[in-house]
Design a protein around this ligand. Structure first.
Ligand code: F6P
Length: 540
């Protein structure tokens, strides 16, 4: 197949863009029904994409691009358990994690769904015991604190879900998260906890990750400093991993280990056993509702024609904005404070997946891949970086996310919150012309400063309520957007070789920092000097 940018459809999209540079003002003026026409509903979510700089022809060409890029074939290969993670020779089956009990999904000829449900059942039994106080600590006390130790995919999803679903959580069970190898993270999370009431979940797919292992060892020391008995580890540590051998080596009884599989990528694992802290907080029934939300979006993605398929359309619009309109970043702006960690979660999901510059066959891409994803909850962002989104020189497509039902008993404030969401997307799209500014009586010298060019694209996603179900569907939506974009760009969205070099170098440098001989450094002059300065300063 020719390179992506040499394909006729890609060239047609580029030509289409040059030929048709209409402002959103005229696109809306030209079609009174545009705001209803470019909308879609799936798995409890309503998408309004009418404020994107597209028309019917743009969509037709983008859908042709998806079609010719084999998105459907790759999607179906994923569901069939084929090893579409090319460089690691692994299947990619996070969709099996939320499959219904009676579904059948094979990897290498074995149905994986019974195994998924067996782990979920064990998690549910364990969570129930902890939640009612039946699982006791070493001294017979009830567990009051859960500390999840993990990083990347073994942290960001659980942290995000914990924030998002606090309203559904058992309030007398405190959940905390430790990820950073900076000891300050562990210290802050544990300094006011009682070891006899604390349960650590060591969450690591590989059980070899430097940061997680360092924190897990710190946790064991912290526990034993007080409880003074190695046997206490069994009551205060459980593990979530694919590596039983390393779990046992650490000293955690594998009877207290919750497993998952190599066909679950770290950043796609929050609905596997990695979600144990989530299940402990919200309980097995709410956790199941979250999985059902994921599953509802999976079903939509798997079975709906491309033109009505929400992840496909959002992925295509993202490609339009990135590869044709030149946007280099994508903002995600939840108008829901509980979703404050959602942008951080998406950063790993999208950028570790699609931050690649070679295609599946190893050849260099001739187009941009993932945008830089970022964001903060509205309305906080409005008083910070929105200035640049409205009047800066860069094009920043935005995804606004909101809920109809209030997230707190302060209903009036919810109306205010949502008024801000609707106002922002309106202001971005339509802006304010110089004539409008003058008509307000603005002094002439201030007119240019008060003009809003508009034509800044956004999606709005609305659901009735923030629940485990709607959260699950939202996460699955972005998982599948990531999948579709990776399929079109022709890259492996499921490996992450880009994180390796820094890890290796850090191991060497840690050894060098520990060594006393100052002359053994063989890095570049900058790195050598920095290490020497650090060693010298540390010695003082
Ligand atoms: O370094 C990146 C990474 O491999 C992520 O992909 C992963 O989510 C994270 O590290 C943590 O890995 P693990 O769960 O094996 O500790």
């Amino acid at each position: 197949m020719p390179k992506l940018t040499e394909r006729p459809v890609w060239r047609s999209l580029a030509a289409h863009w040059r030929a048709r540079d209409a402002h959103l003002r005229s696109l809306f003026a030209g079609d009174a029904r545009r705001g209803e026409k470019y909308t879609l509903d799936a798995a409890g979510w309503h998408l309004d994409y009418s404020k994107q700089r597209i028309d019917d022809e743009t969509l037709r060409l983008l859908l042709q691009l998806a079609d010719e890029s084999g998105v459907v074939a790759r999607r179906d290969a994923m569901w069939r358990g084929e090893k579409i993670n090319n460089t690691e020779k692994r299947a990619v089956l996070h969709v099996a994690l939320r499959a219904a009990r009676e579904q059948k999904i094979d990897v290498d000829g074995n149905d994986v769904v019974p195994g998924v449900h067996a782990v979920l059942d064990r998690m549910a039994a364990f969570a129930a015991r902890v939640r009612v106080g039946d699982w006791k600590g070493h001294t017979g006390k009830r567990i009051r604190n859960i500390v999840n130790i993990g990083i990347g995919g073994s942290d960001l999803g659980p942290v995000m879900a914990h924030e998002a679903l606090r309203a559904f959580a058992q309030r007398d069970l405190q959940c905390r998260f430790v990820s950073n190898v900076d000891g300050a993270d562990f210290h802050e999370a544990t300094h006011d906890l009682k070891p006899e009431e604390t349960l650590f979940i060591v969450a690591s797919k590989t059980f070899t990750t430097q940061e997680t292992m360092a924190n897990a060892h710190a946790a064991r020391r912290w526990l034993l400093d007080t409880l003074k008995d190695d046997a206490s580890v069994g009551k205060h540590f459980v593990a979530v991993s694919t590596n039983a051998e390393k779990v046992a080596e650490f000293g955690i009884d594998t009877a207290n280990m919750f497993g998952f599989w190599d066909w679950v990528g770290g950043r796609y694992s929050m609905d596997s056993a990695i979600g144990l802290s989530t299940m402990l907080a919200i309980g097995p029934d709410h956790f199941r509702a979250m999985l059902d939300g994921f599953h509802a979006m999976d079903e939509h993605f798997h079975t709906t024609p491309l033109a009505q398929n929400m992840p496909v359309l959002m992925a295509l619009i993202g490609i339009w904005n990135t590869n044709f309109l030149g946007a280099t970043t994508q903002a995600v702006l939840p108008y829901a404070n509980p979703l404050k960690r959602f942008p951080a979660y998406l950063q790993q999901l999208v950028m570790e997946s699609n931050g690649k510059s070679v295609t599946l066959d190893g050849s260099r891409v001739d187009h941009d891949t993932s945008a830089v994803w970022w964001g903060e909850p509205g309305t906080n962002g409005q008083h910070s970086f929105y200035q640049l989104i409205h009047q800066g020189t860069r094009l920043i497509p935005c995804d606004f996310i909101g809920f109809v039902a209030p997230l707190s008993p302060l209903h009036e404030q919810h109306d205010l919150l949502m008024a801000n969401l609707f106002a922002q997307s309106e202001a971005l799209a339509f802006g304010k012309t110089a004539e409008q500014v003058r008509a307000e009586g603005t002094p002439e010298e201030l007119v240019p400063h008060r003009v809003f060019a508009g034509n800044r694209p956004s999606n709005t996603l609305l659901a009735q309520e923030l629940t485990p179900h709607s959260l699950g569907a939202l996460i699955a939506l972005y998982e599948h957007i990531t999948f579709v974009q990776g399929a079109i760009w022709g890259i492996d969205s499921f490996d992450q070789w880009g994180v390796e070099l820094g890890k290796q170098l850090a191991q060497n440098i840690a050894r060098e920092i520990a060594a006393t001989d100052n002359n053994d450094l063989t890095h570049d002059s900058s790195t050598n000097a920095l290490i020497r300065r650090y060693r010298a300063g540390r010695g003082e």
